[in-house]
Design a protein around this ligand. Structure first.
Ligand SMILES: *Cc1c(COP(=O)(O)O)cnc(C)c1O
Length: 360
């Protein structure tokens, strides 16, 4: 193995989760874009998503899209964060499609794309209440007509993103509104919009239960594929694997210590009122994983252990009756925040693995 801390990603689980979601959405006419930003555009993860039936890969950062392109130049790539004006030249190279809201950026994309063989595809994002990116509903038809007339660009659809900023739940009303806008754009122009991108993993509850998907025909899925969870309640999705991504840390000290700190206490490095409760003693283990590696609030510890605290470089555990020894490796479940930070930390190695054929 390649040392600790390390993030282990089971590519068979990623493929399985993708295939399960693709299979459930296909009968509803909805295809899947695999979102790789929580793993920094890891090309092996992208390939597993494509094997599982994703139609394309999507990421919020141009650097990650470049990594994906080097991994598999043929997989369609979408930039899901509105392009920086300063990066439009790279956007048209690294992404076939981008999600957009700003006329000045669209003009720059148009100028940049004009020199390329293929037109750059544009999805306009609509603000439907979550208050992150999006064009006001009343401005969509005009902007769509404007984009439709720009050289170098092809307006391929509309999209929206809910639940990320304000926790607004995608529902029939918002999805019907998006479908209605697609109809309105098509009526008021000669355009046909093949892509209607309803949202992210938070849309799954709606998509699986609605009687009518309307014109929604695409979801952009990251968390549900990587972690098997529904971000609205962080509930596990039946049939999906929950431990595709695991953080491994190494134990560097195990000692029995008093349950309570002694001496006068003030603030600690990261907590305003650090408190160790309880009586007697605890068997305490230090793991060489800290806030520079992951988000302590997003870790799931092995059964029978509890987190007593975490600072920059140490995770402090009460290991109870576990026969934990110095040098042991412990495995932790991660939520989206812990996964994102582990992927991004220069101190954490990512190790992708597939199971031996015999076990598949
Ligand atoms: C991150 C992101 C997604 C994927 O969200 P998940 O909750 O991980 O499925 C989809 N669309 C946009 C615009 C995003 O930024």
């Amino acid at each position: 193995m390649s040392g600790a801390p390390r993030l282990e990603i089971d590519l068979d689980d990623v493929e399985h989760n993708t295939r399960a979601l693709v299979g459930r959405l296909a009968p509803r006419g909805i295809s899947v874009q695999g979102v790789t930003k929580a793993v920094c555009g890891n090309p092996s993860v992208g390939a597993a998503m494509m094997r599982g039936g994703a139609r394309g890969l999507a990421d919020s950062r141009i650097e990650n899209l470049a990594v994906l392109r080097r991994g598999d130049p043929r997989a369609p790539r979408t930039l899901v964060r509105s392009p920086m004006l300063s990066q439009v030249d790279r956007v048209v190279v690294e992404a076939g499609t981008s999600l957009n809201t700003e006329p000045v950026v669209l003009a720059a994309l148009s100028a940049s794309a004009a020199g390329h063989r293929d037109r750059h595809a544009v999805v306009l994002m609509v603000e439907l209440g979550d208050l992150r990116e999006g064009v006001a509903v009343g401005d969509v038809v005009d902007l769509a007509r404007h984009v439709g007339a720009l050289g170098g660009l092809a307006l391929v659809g509309l999209g929206t993103n809910l639940a990320c900023q304000s926790g607004v739940v995608p529902d029939q009303r918002s999805m019907d509104e998006l479908s209605g806008l697609v109809d309105a754009v098509e009526r008021s122009s000669s355009l046909v919009l093949p892509v209607v991108s309803g949202g992210n993993s938070a849309n799954l509850g709606w998509a699986m239960t609605t009687r009518s998907v309307g014109r929604i025909n695409q979801l952009r899925l990251g968390e549900s594929i990587l972690l098997g969870t529904d971000p609205l309640r962080r509930a596990s999705i039946p049939g999906l694997r929950l431990d595709a991504c695991v953080l491994v840390g190494e134990v560097i000290e195990v000692k029995t210590k008093p349950a309570r700190a002694w001496g006068a206490t003030a603030q600690s490095a990261f907590e305003r009122r650090p408190r160790r409760r309880g009586r007697g003693t605890v068997r305490q283990a230090l793991v060489a994983v800290g806030r520079q590696d992951t988000d302590p609030d997003g870790l799931t510890v092995p059964d029978g252990m509890t987190i007593l605290g975490m600072s920059s470089d140490h995770l402090v555990l009460d290991v109870g009756d576990h026969a934990t020894a110095v040098g042991d490796e412990l495995r932790f479940g991660v939520d989206y925040s812990a996964l994102l930070r582990a992927s991004t930390s220069p101190y954490v190695t990512t190790v992708e693995h597939r199971r031996p054929d015999a076990l598949r």
